[in-house]
Design a protein around this ligand. Sequence first.
Ligand code: TYM
Length: 326
Amino acid sequence: MKKIFSGIQPTGDIHLGNYVGAIREWVHLTEEYDCIYCVVDYHAITVEYNIEELARRTIETAFVLIACGLSPEKCKIFVQSHVPEHTELTWIFNCITPIGELERMTQFKDKSRQHRANINMGLMGYPVLQAADILIYKADFVPVGEDQVQHVELSREVARKFNSRYGTIFPEPQVILSMAPRILGVDGQSKMSKTLNNYIGVLEDEKDVWEKLRTAVTDVNRVRRTDKGNPEVCNIYTIHRAFSENKMLLEIDRECRSAGIGCIDCKKMLFENVKKELTPIRERALALQKDTGYVIDVLKKGAQECGAIARKTMDEVRKATGIYIP
Ligand code: TYM
């Protein structure tokens, strides 16, 4: 069975971007692949974060993953820091990764701009840790949203560099790009993200979801109800593509272009579809919240199983790199 690895940061509420860009796909992949999914807490501390909240958010992220449909029976779920070999392999990879490659990463450039007062080594080395996450399990495929493709490509380069210098240990992992489009935030401008606070949370209650959708930016050139719209540049239509069936998409496309439907009605249709998908997730999450013990056990078991694989890879790596083994 081919291996899948992917991760998500515990930096706050899981939003529609994460859900359609990654998690929904992760669930399907468990049917055909040997899947490992990780809550990447060490990645989350590369920027300013709330010390008191990190542990709670880590657990919360895990239970949202389960609520979204990831079954611990069908995949491994664990917390990155519980398998310390990830950071150990990162060090080895640090020593073969050119700084120039890291400086040109889009996310590094964006985050350096956002966090001018704290451009630290971890922020620059972030994709190296991501490469270690993936390669320590010798994953074949990495399902991610569009924003993470560049990082997975870097993992391929790291694997290639390591293999050519020390002998082949790692496969070059391939991206599985989510079928869903890149979701912008409710501002209609930047990628939906936790840090930009322009998101709709998977667990948000219906009233708040509607309020955010109702006020979300659409095609900015469509000022009046009677103006014709362009679905191609409308983020609400993009989200529709992730939640609505083809028949409805065709109808909206046609009606929007001819000003036959207004933005509010289009948003109401979207809201109904989003609600249909998110309500059962919210209900499962509420039930899991009352059973934290179950989630903690899942993470413990995940870390044990993943730790065993990671230790084996590290043994190979130590041997290949000439590290003294007593
Ligand atoms: P993170 O936590 O930012 O996001 C988790 C997943 O959600 C996708 N995503 C989106 N997709 C579509 N539209 C959006 N607006 C949107 N926002 C987020 C991301 O592409 C991602 O797939 N560096 C990673 C975590 C990571 C990882 C890994 C991933 C660490 N190690 C190893 C894969 C393999 C990150 O910050 O994801």
